[in-house]
Design a protein around this ligand. Sequence first.
Ligand SMILES: Cc1cc2nc3c(=O)[nH]c(=O)nc-3n(C[C@H](O)[C@H](O)[C@H](O)COP(=O)(O)OP(=O)(O)OC[C@H]3O[C@@H](n4cnc5c(N)ncnc54)[C@H](O)[C@@H]3O)c2cc1C
Length: 465
Amino acid sequence: MTAPTTTRIPAFRGDVITPDRNGYDDARAVWNGNVDRRPRLIARCNGTADVAAAVRFARDCDLEVAVRGGGHNVAGTAVCDDGIVIDLSAMRAVTVDPLERTARVQGGALWGDVDHETQAYGLATTGGIVSHTGVGGLSLGGGIGWLMRKHGLTVDNLVEAEVITAEGDIIRASANDHPDLFWALRGGGGNFGVVSLFRFTLHPVGPTITAGPVFWAAEDTTDVLRFYREFVTDAPDELGNVIRLGTIPPLPGVSDELHFRPAIAVASCYAGPVEDGERAIRALREFGRPLVDLVGPTLYVDHQGGIDDTVPHGWHYYWKATNLTYLPDEVIDIIAEHAYDAISPRSYAAIFHMGGAVARAPRYATAYSSRDVEYNMSIDAVWLPQQDDTVGTTETTWARKFLAALQPHGAGVYVNFLDCDDDLSRVREAYGDDAYWRLAEVKAKYDPENVFHNNKNIQPRSPAQ
Ligand SMILES: Cc1cc2nc3c(=O)[nH]c(=O)nc-3n(C[C@H](O)[C@H](O)[C@H](O)COP(=O)(O)OP(=O)(O)OC[C@H]3O[C@@H](n4cnc5c(N)ncnc54)[C@H](O)[C@@H]3O)c2cc1C
């Protein structure tokens, strides 16, 4: 890499933030406070033209490149040391076409931006369950959320993307334009270029829905999980569920004496009429002796931001993840044995219920191909920045041991839940061999030099290889 003699980016109208500038430390910080990288410059883009200018500058100066969407990836791949960050955080516009039922979303938008604009029309698309997560990284990795069983993954709702290639060219990818790239973008992550604009299909949702979590004592975990796996067997597509194992967070409606008590929760979201939702969730709420039940009519947009404060920016995080085809007794036993071994009351594990529209799409319709698993699990170690390193060590050890115990039952992994270092060898596992090699060929066509490698990287491989 040759050091650029200037930080003036030709044809760039955004902000260039260098280490000597006020605000540099804020600009290089990402969601995971455990990530501490020092880029040579941060090119905060105002629009597509700036992104293209920044990519060309990086290429001409042979700079290490990182692309920042919402800055939320646990691995911190949105920033790099000693290179350029192509920062989309100022590109958050969302424009809804209520007649066409689509939204145009800039590449640096957060899910809260999308929900805010789309819900003004009573519309939504599948997005993440924490509103400060970025649209960019989440969409390019697949996109799981409350609405997926009814409306498919985020990638199933992607109609078109505007992409800046490694050469700095601006192209469109859709079913008709660059269909190979369009396939790869829907699950292959940030490997193929910078997406400055997404266009998504929208669906009528809410604005009021039935949603919320029910908590039971940790001692009830085995019983709750055995009940739950039967409960979801006939669940309607409208019903999205996430199991959370850890402690009860201090959410509104939770009394003080329950804060941080070890507990299992099932959080639900019914994407249909409020009364149908009440009926669909009733059996779950009536099971056993819940400690607290927060299910009720709520605005979809509020539900989407409901757990934001349990995972704020700046805390330290370390994740492990696996897909599970089913919840047999032996897996339930492993979960019950390990889930509450974390020392930090903020650490937790989450299990998303898949199926529905996700499973009905053909396996290789998109690069995201883990459509046949019923559960997607992440084990999330969380500790505070002021806590000493031993806490981090204890929590990461907990997450690793938990995953190791589950691994004989694992069935692939969601690429967006992979952490750095010890997880990078698992990228191929996220896709399976067929999808991985197809992705490698698309990579060879659109980014043969692997300019975009600060991500869950797919190495370019031409068909001849
Ligand atoms: C608290 C929390 C909750 C989450 N919940 C969910 C969930 O409900 N569902 C789910 O599916 N995932 C979820 N995730 C995982 C999430 O999908 C990933 O962390 C994702 O990478 C976040 O996207 P981002 O744009 O914020 O990431 P960033 O850190 O900004 O980017 C990650 C990578 O994505 C690429 N990238 C980002 N934007 C672009 C772009 N516009 N063009 C090209 N490449 C880009 C880059 O390669 C970058 O290195 C969650 C993560 C967190 C931390």
